[in-house]
Ligand binder design. Structure first.
Ligand code: NZQ
Ligand code: ZN
Length: 389
């Protein structure tokens, strides 16, 4: 196991009928900006519930943060928050709204001339000299998928380019996780959310053995849970326990706990981001397309963990290592398809000759040596994309 540090200060408020708790976790004298996305949070009455819970606090609203939040939109929110001297942010939404709010929190206090400077560090945290302490914020999660509700990462889009953005100490102060809020999430987004949580887990697990036995078993538990509840989440939108397990699995998949002391991959996410940026394919769908291709391409490097995954997650006990690995990859594909998600790039309206555009974007973003081994070069990414076309 590698050396590691672990600290996650986000207070999770989990369960139904917990809105009243917002009154205890938002500072009493705060001037709050509530941020949200399109209209779902307004239509579902969530914004009213949040406002009621905040009582007499001064409240400003900023709606319209789009899926794959755009830089320009967040800059408008920063201008408004500064103009109104807001001192606490409350995101009500899925990964896009929470990510946008995380970036907003950073822009509020960063020592930069142009907020775009904050997006130049990729997966490295923004240096302390540039950003000491983002503005405090909390979240009311409306869609289980990204884990943004309990981590410091965000992904911000500038036109067609998606920029990962990381700040140490940029955790939400709290996140309210009420599974009943997800009852209204469209089926497609539920499927995306299950796949996102699954692939987050897999990308921190399917690497090479590092004697992270606890981390491995946590990861296997998360993947098994998602496999067990996946179809129920789709077929029974108001099944509380299925949605509760999805929500908690998604949070645990990317709050740092399964990542400690073990190697990580992230090739699928980086390639997937380019598919979203260029073609507007949903984040979860890009992962369903790319991940099986990455596993097939990197089968030798990942063999030991693939066999462990086959045996422990899919209970495949017969056959050679190679056969077990192949069967487990096939089971993973079937699982994604069972959620109603297509795993072929061509089925999203992309033409084969556009794969070269994806490769150009990967190069432009420095994604030239991906995965835990760094062996997914541009040529390998191109082969992976062709294999899943
Ligand atoms: O905008 P509204 O009207 O709210 O509709 C949203 C949106 O259209 C809708 N929705 C959300 N909650 C709902 C609901 N509809 C009905 N009822 C509800 N309760 O769902 C749509 C998608 O929402 P979005 O927030 O975009 O989805 P998701 O949570 O999957 O977030 C995707 C974003 O997160 C980034 C992705 O790149 C993408 O930009 N990621 C962030 C990560 C992180 N911060 O750690 C890691 C991930 O790998 C990912 O990259
Ligand atoms: Zn993801």
């Amino acid at each position: 196991m590698f050396n590691f540090d672990f600290k996650n200060p986000t207070h999770i408020i989990f369960g139904k009928d917990r809105f009243g708790d917002l009154n205890h976790v938002v500072p009493a004298n705060a001037k709050v900006m509530i941020t949200y996305g399109g209209q779902s949070a307004v239509k579902n009455g969530l914004i009213d519930k949040v406002k009621n819970a905040l009582g007499s606090r001064k409240i400003i609203e900023f709606g319209g943060i789009e899926p794959n939040p755009q830089y320009e939109t967040i800059v408008k929110a920063v201008d408004k928050a500064k103009e109104e001297s807001v001192d606490f942010l409350l995101a009500v939404g899925g990964g896009s709204v929470i990510d946008g709010t995380k970036f907003l929190a950073a822009c509020m206090t960063a020592d930069v001339k142009d907020y775009k400077e904050l997006l130049q560090y990729g997966m490295m945290p923004v240096p302390f000299e540039v950003l000491k302490k983002p503005m405090d914020y909390g979240a009311v999660l409306t869609l289980a998928a990204t884990g943004s509700e309990m981590n410091t990462g965000a992904v911000i889009s500038v036109g067609h380019d998606k920029y990962p953005f990381m700040v140490m100490n940029n955790y939400p102060q709290f996140s309210l996780l009420d599974p009943t809020i997800t009852f209204t999430v469209p089926e497609k987004q539920i499927a995306n959310g299950i796949i996102d949580a699954f692939v987050h887990t897999a990308e921190q697990y399917m690497t090479f053995p590092a004697e992270g036995r606890i981390q491995d078993r946590w990861a296997e538990g998360i993947m098994q849970t998602l496999i067990e509840i996946g179809e129920t989440c789709i077929k029974e939108p108001d099944n509380y326990d299925a949605r509760a397990n999805h929500m908690w699995a998604a949070t645990m998949a990317l709050n740092g706990i399964i990542a400690v002391g073990v190697p990580q991959d992230w090739a699928t996410h980086m390639i997937g981001h380019e598919l979203t940026g260029l073609f507007g394919i949903d984040h979860g769908q890009t992962l369903a397309i790319v991940y099986p291709g990455v596993l097939k391409s990197q089968k030798e490097a990942k063999m030991a963990k693939l066999v462990q995954y086959a045996e422990r997650v899919w209970h495949i006990t017969e056959g050679t290592d190679n056969e077990k690995a192949d069967l487990a990859i096939g089971k993973t594909e079937e699982f994604f398809k069972s959620l109603g998600v297509s795993i072929k790039l061509s089925e999203y309206g992309v033409k084969e000759d556009q794969i070269s555009d994806v490769v150009k974007q990967l190069e432009a973003h420095g994604m030239v040596a991906l995965s835990e081994t760094g062996k997914i070069t541009l040529d390998v990414s191109e082969k992976i994309l062709k294999s899943v076309f």
